[in-house]
Design a binder for this molecule. Structure first.
Ligand SMILES: [Cu+2]
Length: 407
């Protein structure tokens, strides 16, 4: 199947309508995403479990102090990632690029998520990271269900939903991770030993998970890895008196590839995300932010105020130090971002999210202080991305205004 046939198929199934033809600048994004459908992936992407692989579901002991909390680790994939000697259709070496996985197991049929964190492992269960040449470039966690909608995607042509065959009107991007593997706490104000008050991401029976994964292999052999997700959850319905958590996705190329070209090859600059005018109201619970190497920090901004600043830390453990050599014009940085906590609860707790505000992120890069990753001799595309987690009343949430608005 040729690319244009795939796009025609989209149109025929209604995913593309006359009013939602992509903006010219998004055409490249469409191409980058669609070539990763199975017919174009050339044997890379999802493969069967290798013999002797660790179990796909592992029951762990939850450290949570919330009564009844359980912890489980779910391994998804596995994904075969091409070696550094092979280039993807869009010219990236050693990359499984925005690969869709529409068969991702949930931790439960119905439960309240308290916490989740992504990771990456080899088949035998050991951690895969840049010290062994594997990089969790990023993953996007989607949830589809009758009560789901994506606050910043729902009224736009939103490319990331296409490869996973979803619509932002009936699904949402609720979690994401880069290689720094930031956790999301859905219950930051939960009280030890007390079930009467709290917040969580309430997973309904009808909900279905999907991933978009972008993985990089800096080795000269094809490599198989799993994406892991550790969840703490309370089985069954949302506890009485609790609120639900809803995620707002913000990035510098909203509904495109999320990536932008750096405006310069050296020195310092900032990049703003597109703004979000709230289309629901609630209270900020948590926020996480993400940048690529070369990044210094990301400010979360409400209207004209900085709510908090998430600072990138590099090579805090040896797992984040790259020891390989460069390949032609592709030069991987030695030190990689190892944590980027966003604002957590400190900067977020209890702040009102209201319809008369404008939320955005401002990301600062400085290539003189922190090495970026070179591709074909120039700085690779970068991200300024973040998620706001907002507490809302239980039950299906209706959007306040019908259209996404730019300020
Ligand atoms: Cu990224």
């Amino acid at each position: 199947m040729k690319l244009y046939q795939a796009l025609t198929l989209f149109s025929a199934t209604g995913a593309l309508s006359a009013s939602t033809i992509p903006h010219a600048s998004n055409i490249e994004g469409v191409l980058r995403y669609t070539h990763q459908f199975a017919p174009f992936s050339g044997g890379y992407g999802k493969v069967p479990d290798p013999p002797g692989a660790a179990p796909r579901k592992q029951i762990l002991t939850s450290p949570s102090k919330i009564p009844g909390a359980q912890r489980v680790k779910i391994r998804s994939g596995p994904y075969n990632v091409a070696s550094m000697s092979k280039k993807s259709a869009s010219g990236h070496a050693g990359m499984l690029e925005n690969y869709p996985d529409t068969a991702v197991d949930k931790p439960c049929e119905e439960c309240t998520l308290l916490w989740q964190q992504a990771g990456m492992e080899y088949p035998n269960g050991t951690v895969a990271n840049v010290d062994t040449g594997m990089w969790l470039h990023h993953m996007v966690h989607f949830n589809k269900g009758p009560t789901r909608w994506d606050p910043t995607g729902k009224d736009r042509f939103c490319i990331p939903f296409l490869p996973v065959f979803l619509s932002p009107k009936t699904s949402e991007r609720f979690y994401t991770a880069g290689n720094e593997r930031t956790l999301m706490d859905y219950n930051p104000q939960g009280k030890e030993g007390d079930l009467t008050t709290g917040s969580g991401y309430y997973l309904r029976k009808e909900d279905k998970f999907a991933f978009l994964v972008e993985l990089m292999n800096m080795n000269m052999v094809d490599t198989v890895v799993y994406i892991t997700m550790v969840y703490d959850f309370l089985p069954g319905p949302l506890p009485e008196g609790w609120t639900e958590a809803k995620t707002v996705w913000l990035d510098a190329n909203q509904c495109g590839t999320s990536e932008v070209w750096p405006p310069q090859e050296k020195g310092t600059f900032t990049i703003d995300t597109q703004p979000w005018k709230p289309n629901f109201e609630g209270k900020l619970l948590w926020s996480i932010v993400h940048q690529h190497d070369g990044g210094m920090d990301v400010e979360v901004r409400n209207t004209n105020n900085t709510v908090c600043k998430g600072v990138a830390k590099y090579s805090e453990t040896p797992a984040y130090i790259y020891r390989g050599s460069s390949m032609g014009g592709d030069k991987v940085a030695k030190d990689h971002i190892s944590s980027m906590p966003g604002c957590g609860a400190e900067g977020s707790a209890g702040l009102e999210v209201k319809r008369d505000q404008v939320w955005s992120l401002k990301g600062k890069y400085d290539y003189d202080q922190r090495e970026g990753n070179l591709e074909n001799g120039r700085q690779a595309e970068i991200m300024v991305l973040g998620l706001l987690l907002v507490s809302v009343p239980p039950g299906p949430l209706t959007p306040l205004i019908s259209k996404w608005t730019y300020s």
